[in-house]
Design a protein around this ligand. Structure first.
Ligand SMILES: *[C@@H]1O[C@H](CO)[C@@H](O)[C@H](O)[C@H]1NC(C)=O
Ligand SMILES: *[C@@H]1O[C@H](CO)[C@@H](O)[C@H](O)[C@H]1NC(C)=O
Length: 234
């Protein structure tokens, strides 16, 4: 943010263009987005992809990224847990793990690694996740980009809305887009848990993930949009 402001300010000649000792660089009026992403690394650069491995051939889209520009607490396990509780998710009922573990390759040198977190939306705090597991709902798996080749600390999430548990955790039609949009809506609206208040900025990205159902589990099409969230502690 500060960097962006300084950059903008220097473009407008409000501050010296560069620190001492560096040659000023002439920038065109329309500055192109840098290839390097701010706050996360593109998994594809090192052989990864924006689809997890539910099976060797098919997977679910990694449709939300929590950038490392977020509050540092959110990037820790404990902080992330508090955060996702604030937007209505928590771990599996009684620690039971339904469905099998998905893997993802975030291009961080770890190759395909198992999900670090599986959390489900609980609509009624009184009943919690157990209730959700019966009626179905929104859930996500998350992986941390912390391999030695791209140790950004960003979280990559595969979010989707599924049918109730009698349907064996099937994803509802359009469930990848719906699940992602529900999570993003809660994040940008703002939330709190345990006296900590949060609000996220979102940047929507296209062109990272091919729209459609190729390679997608259950052949449920998704729109290819990825939400990059930067979560601020208020
Ligand atoms: C955040 O991610 C960028 C990649 O966009 C990386 O260069 C930087 O080191 C990361 N910051 C931290 C604190 O890990
Ligand atoms: C990477 O992050 C996950 C989730 O926080 C953690 O369980 C794992 O130990 C981390 N790996 C390393 C090498 O730090």
């Amino acid at each position: 943010m500060l960097k962006n402001l300084l950059c903008l300010a220097s473009l407008l000649s409000l501050v010296p263009a560069t620190p001492l000792g560096q040659r000023p660089v002439a920038l065109p009026a329309s500055v192109k987005a840098p290839a390097e992403e701010l706050g996360w690394a593109d998994p594809r650069a090192l052989g990864g992809q924006f689809i997890d491995f539910t099976t060797p051939r098919y997977g679910e889209p990694l449709n939300v990224i929590i950038s490392n520009q977020s509050d540092p607490f959110v990037l820790t396990d404990a902080g992330f847990r508090l955060y996702y509780k604030s937007i209505g998710f928590s771990e599996e009922c009684l620690g039971l793990h339904y469905g099998h573990v998905h893997k993802a390759d975030l291009g961080d040198g770890d190759g395909k690694k198992s999900e670090h977190i599986l959390a489900r939306q609980h609509y009624f705090p009184r009943w919690g996740t157990c209730w959700e597991s019966l009626i179905g709902g929104n859930h996500f798996r998350a992986w941390k980009q912390n391999g030695t080749l791209a140790n950004t600390g960003a979280w990559f999430l595969a979010v989707s809305k599924e049918k109730d548990s009698t349907k064996n955790h099937m994803i509802v039609p359009d469930g990848y887009n719906i699940g992602r949009d529900m999570l993003v809506e809660n994040a940008i609206t703002g939330s709190y848990w345990g006296n900590i208040w949060w609000r996220a900025d979102v940047e929507w990205r296209e062109g990272l993930l091919e729209p459609g159902y190729r390679g997608i589990n259950h052949a449920i099409a998704q729109d290819g949009r990825i939400a990059i969230l930067t979560i601020h502690r208020l």
